[in-house]
Design a protein around this ligand. Structure first.
Ligand code: PLP
Length: 230
């Protein structure tokens, strides 16, 4: 698969669920991928989505290294003249460790915030940086050993995070590890309902294996990696 094929699948799922084309934004998950592969498989297609494709990284040191590497290349648009270059928007999709908050400076959206301590650390760092990333709260999906805010704590965590001054834009969820599409759809639909109840508009859900289900359930951001590079 390639990025244009994934995009076509997104447009199809939007149409099937009577959503306007472009209501879902593709976040290109680039963890584990080097600059050359990202250039070939993602950035070369930047013109296919307004504003280009946010790059989703899930490991803090890797993010730090890539931001530096990309900055060194320059990306003014002159190095890679064939690419219509809107600039890079970095998203962090992994669990946020407090001692790695310092690497989030270039990030515009944190997808998987889980507690108020993380939010406070981010807000404190942002005060020094002069700008703050927006955040999504990761909802726990019911599987043991998984990250996320337990549903019963969601409102309290939302209020605590908002009180730090960060802007909470929505919710993120991981589908449970199951081939049962109905079960996956239930998790996505439940997340959509909870976001709606909190008045939140962004829904980050759907990966390579399940993004059409996520779009049908109302995703506004899908995080796809594997399918873009294989
Ligand atoms: C790796 C990752 C993805 C992308 O998964 P693929 O199956 O490669 O599309 C999405 N979300 C999170 C949180 C990830 O860690």
């Amino acid at each position: 698969m390639s990025l244009p094929e994934v995009l076509a699948g997104l447009r199809e799922a939007e149409a099937e669920s009577n959503r306007p084309p472009g209501s879902v934004r593709l976040v290109a998950v680039t963890k584990g991928q080097g600059l050359a592969a990202i250039r070939e498989h993602v950035l070369a297609h930047a013109g296919l989505q307004p504003g280009g494709f946010p790059l989703g990284e899930g490991r803090a040191q890797e993010l730090r290294d890539k931001v530096a590497e990309f900055a060194a290349v320059g990306f003014t648009g002159t190095e890679w003249p064939e690419i219509e270059w809107p600039g890079i928007e970095w998203h962090y999709i992994g669990p946020l460790q407090l001692n790695k908050v310092k690497y989030m400076r270039a990030v515009t959206l944190i997808h998987a915030l889980e507690d108020v301590r993380q939010a406070q650390a981010l807000a404190d760092a942002a005060a020094k940086w002069g700008r703050a990333p927006d955040v999504l709260l990761q909802l726990h999906n019911g599987e043991p050993q998984k990250h996320g805010v337990p549903p019963e704590n969601l409102r309290a965590v939302y209020e605590g995070v908002a009180a730090t001054g960060l802007t909470v834009r929505g919710l993120m969820v991981m589908a449970p590890d199951t081939g049962d599409e109905a079960a996956v759809t239930r998790v996505f639909a439940d997340t959509a309902r909870r976001a709606h109840d909190l008045g939140l508009g962004e829904l980050s859900m759907g990966m390579s294996g399940d993004y059409p289900l996520a779009v049908r359930a109302g995703a506004t951001l899908v995080r796809v990696g594997t399918r873009l590079f294989s």
